[in-house]
Design a protein around this ligand. Structure first.
Ligand SMILES: [Zn+2]
Length: 269
């Protein structure tokens, strides 16, 4: 891990989406999150990322909280749910709107299946209305940051993804927007997450700056544990689900140890 150049006190977060049960991949993330926070006298926030109302389920949230408590991962502040923060996102959207950066988009999901949005609706001047998505106009900037594990990074969000979607046609706030707003509003100084999100970091940094955040959070991206060399673990892999392991009689210590062993293997590759 690179030396921390960041002098701010560590405030980090564990932010599961209640769209499935916890598996060992989440526990690896929790080990990094609580490990770094505890090693630096920092704090851990717990955020339920239920911004996708169609896919989130209260039953999954209950199970996630119960598993975390069983494992002994306790947050330092009461949990926050994205589904209850609509007014916070509205206010952030208003700030972008004041800067003239927000526009409505009526492209279908199929039409924007490509990784980069081509800007079809950028200058259409569509009125914002129900059933339309909302996007933010990005400048073609170069975002540089020093990842705590990977070192100096350079990304071009506009070239990567075009203008970001803030709210989709179903009215759901997007992951990128909600996370950038929350990390700012909650004073998160260090985002710890898996390597699969490394390439979207520049977007979050650019978004944070547009929202008015003076200093973006620092980032630490850790290796994901893999099912095979090329296949990520997923919620459907019952053999690594915390619930299944508990049912098989594993103790909390065994679950954490197994996740730590897998994480160490990946980190050593
Ligand atoms: Zn569009």
């Amino acid at each position: 891990m690179a030396d921390a150049v960041d002098a701010r006190p560590v405030v980090t977060r564990f932010a599961p989406a209640p769209t499935g049960f916890l598996h060992l991949g989440h526990i690896v993330n929790a080990i990094y999150v609580w490990g770094v926070a505890r090693a630096s006298s920092g704090r851990v926030l717990l955020r339920i990322e239920d911004h996708d109302r169609q896919r989130s389920r209260p039953a999954f949230e209950d199970a996630i909280l119960e598993d975390l408590a069983w494992l002994g991962f306790a947050a330092d502040e009461p949990l926050v749910r994205q589904s209850e923060r609509g007014s916070v996102y509205e206010a952030a959207l208003g700030e972008l709107r004041r800067q003239g950066l927000v526009y409505a988009c009526d492209c279908s999901r199929a039409a924007i299946a490509a990784p980069r949005y081509p800007g079809t609706c950028r200058d259409k001047g569509l009125p914002e209305s129900h059933g339309l998505g909302l996007r933010v106009r990005l400048d073609p900037t170069v975002e540089r940051f020093d990842d705590w594990r990977h070192g100096p990074q350079e990304q071009r969000p506009f070239e990567q993804c075009g203008d970001l979607l803030l709210r989709d046609r179903e009215g759901n706030w997007t992951y990128q927007f909600a996370a950038a707003v929350d990390d700012w509003q909650q004073g998160v100084t260090l985002v710890i997450r898996g390597d699969d999100l490394l390439e979207s970091t520049g977007r979050q940094i650019q978004l944070a700056r547009l929202l008015g955040r003076r200093e973006p959070p620092a980032f630490l991206h850790h290796p994901l544990i893999m099912k095979t060399a090329t296949q990520k673990l997923s919620k459907s892999d019952g053999d690594t689900g915390v619930r299944e392991l508990r049912q098989r009689g594993w103790s909390a210590e065994q679950v954490i140890e197994q996740a730590a062993v897998l994480a160490a293997d990946e980190a050593a590759r």
